[in-house]
Design a protein around this ligand. Structure first.
Ligand SMILES: O=P(O)(O)OC[C@H]1O[C@](O)(CO)[C@@H](O)[C@@H]1O
Length: 567
């Protein structure tokens, strides 16, 4: 198989990179007054302007050729039909099946999985309606007023981001909290404000073996038992979203309150599954379905639209242009919308865990750059913090500006200021200070900094679903072109294994670790006089005081974390 960097398209793009560097983006508009019309497109409620990029017509044509000569069409079909494209975990990648509105079978291991998807959707509907209506009662007969999602990574970031983005649609009598960090202060701060009798915990973990989540869940359970009910009451206050039904049951969660999903849903792609339960509880089942429908609409566009007018394909190609041919190292995400403040963190995991790879799908080292460092913050806050570097620093950073057009009633004046600031920034990044040559260099902004502008008609569940699916497919397309596996995450397993080893050995045998780690462990040990025995990451048992059993479980959890159980 021909190495990517030796392909005709890659070589052509490399040459174009050399010459395009000296172009002024502004001049493209002078040469082609129709550039904005040509380089913008709408899909449903999303509008993308990609005209302010360092991309000539010739570059765009060459990028599209790169996509056409890649395995994209074939791999896209394989993903949607359930072929095993996550080769290192031997799994299909079927988050798209979770949001499908087509009445078509999806076959995994010879079995149609759509009835199971429907069954779980129905379970989510019934449960969310019961909790939202107050029909679901806590142990002393009161309704639920606080929902705490305990999860990390893909079992936190998606629902957390979506619940915050759609806060205005939230149930007025239920508050939502997200606990992810194993830092005990995170959960303590949340629990301090809650009444156990009216609190529902969702233990969200694909594997039910993630140390941080199990420790937080155990702490929540102990807090609940200390203040409120008995073991038998746990079932009314704890539910789980997991592929590991057995471990969830061992925790004390009632069989009927385990919201299942499946190995073929990757953690960072799981907000469309039971991991989206907090979203359904917050905005209602109908709203959750709208989110899924919006994503499905983007899926259909991704499948049907030709490359040159395919939004995720274009965004992927623009990214590849900057990363592989223009020397960019990072991609900034700047939503001009406070409700989207968790979006950069969500996209960080989506992109960096998916495409942070340096071997291709055959395990051969790649000789080109893959996924960028994704970072960002809301505008206008970022504007008054890091934009200085983007305007006048030495780095070349493409930016995605994101905003919704429709103002919230009562925020019109603010919303107008928000949007005009975003447009001003995008303009300033491209144009620079026009009279730059006459200025003191300290005041001069060179411009020629590229950006996309993504506008949502309104921040609705449907448009949010489409936006997230857009980025998912962008990441997928890039992974296909780079010929890497975007759906595993072996890099994060190593640290998990060593954490297990450190807590197991701190009392006895630290010689196996490097001298720096040994030195640091000696300092840590001073604060843990009882040693590792009292501070090991206990996992859970069905009875609150079963310490020995917990320890055994911790070891099992640690080893399953490092071997088979991947999210
Ligand atoms: O849902 P789980 O199994 O607790 O895993 C949480 C997260 O941990 C990771 O495996 C890596 O840290 C993510 O991919 C995943 O989203």
């Amino acid at each position: 198989m021909l190495q990517l960097t030796r392909s005709v398209s890659w070589q052509a793009l490399t040459q174009l990179g050399e010459v395009t560097r000296n172009d002024r983006i502004r001049d493209y508009f002078t040469a082609d007054p129709k550039r904005f019309e040509k380089m913008s497109l709408r899909v449903g409620g999303l509008f993308l302007d990609y005209s302010k990029h360092h991309i000539s017509d010739e570059v765009l044509t060459a990028l599209i050729e790169l996509a056409e000569h890649s395995a994209l069409v074939q791999r896209r079909a394989q993903m949607f039909s359930g072929d095993i494209i996550n080769v290192t975990e031997n799994r299909p990648v079927l988050h798209t099946a979770l949001r499908s509105q087509a009445n078509m079978p999806v076959i995994v291991d010879g079995k149609d999985v759509t009835p199971e998807i429907q069954k779980t959707r129905e379970q989510i509907r019934a449960f969310s309606e019961a909790v939202r209506s107050g029909e679901w009662k806590g142990y002393d007969g009161q309704r639920i007023r606080d929902v705490v999602n305990i999860g990390i990574g893909g079992s936190d970031l998606g629902p957390n981001m979506a619940c915050r983005a759609l806060l205005k649609h939230r149930h007025p009598e239920i508050n939502f909290h997200f606990v992810s960090n194993v830092d005990g202060n995170h959960i303590q701060k949340v629990l301090k404000r809650l009444d156990p009798a009216t609190t529902l915990f969702i233990v969200s973990t694909k594997t039910f073996s993630t140390q941080e989540t199990l420790l937080n869940a155990k702490t929540a359970r102990r807090w609940f038992l200390e203040q409120a009910g008995q073991d038998a009451d746990v079932g009314a206050h704890f539910v789980a979203a997991s592929t590991n039904r057995k471990a969830a049951k061992e925790f004390g969660i009632r069989e009927e309150n385990v919201f299942e999903f499946w190995a073929w849903v990757g953690g960072r792609y799981s907000m469309w599954s039971s991991i989206g339960l907090p979203i359904a509880l917050s905005i209602g089942y109908e709203g959750f379905m709208d989110l899924l429908e919006g994503a499905y609409e983007m899926d259909q566009h991704f499948i049907d639209a030709p490359m040159e007018s395919n939004m995720p394909v274009l965004m992927a190609l623009i990214g590849i242009w900057y990363i592989n041919f223009m020397g960019a190292e990072t991609q900034a995400i700047v939503p001009y919308d406070q409700a989207l403040h968790q979006l950069p963190a969500f996209l960080q995991q989506l992109d960096m865990e998916s495409n942070g790879k340096s071997v291709d799908i055959f395990g051969r080292p790649v000789d080109y750059k893959t996924g960028p460092i994704v970072w960002g913050e809301t505008g206008s806050n970022g504007q008054h913090a890091f934009f200085q570097l983007l305007h006048q620093g030495t780095r070349y950073v493409p930016i995605d500006f994101i905003a919704s057009l429709k103002p919230e009633p009562g925020t019109e004046e603010h919303h107008f200021a928000l949007i005009t600031n975003m447009l001003a920034q995008a303009n300033a990044f491209m144009e620079g200070s026009q009279d730059g040559s006459n200025l003191d260099p300290h005041y001069s902004c060179p411009g020629n900094r590229p950006s996309s502008t993504l506008l949502l008609d309104e921040l609705t569940p449907r448009n949010l679903g489409a936006l997230i699916a857009l980025y998912e497919h962008k990441v997928f397309v890039q992974g296909v072109i780079w010929n890497i596996n975007s759906f595993d995450q072996w890099g994060v397993q190593l640290g998990k294994r060593i954490a297990g080893e450190i807590s197991a050995r701190i009392d006895t045998d630290v010689q196996a670790f490097d001298p720096s780690t040994q030195g640091l462990l000696a300092l840590v040990r001073e604060y843990f006089p009882a040693g590792g025995e009292n501070s090991k990451p206990d996992t859970v048992s069905t009875t609150g005081d079963d310490v020995a059993k917990n320890r055994k479980g911790a070891k099992a959890a640690t080893s399953s974390n490092t071997k088979g159980a991947t999210s």
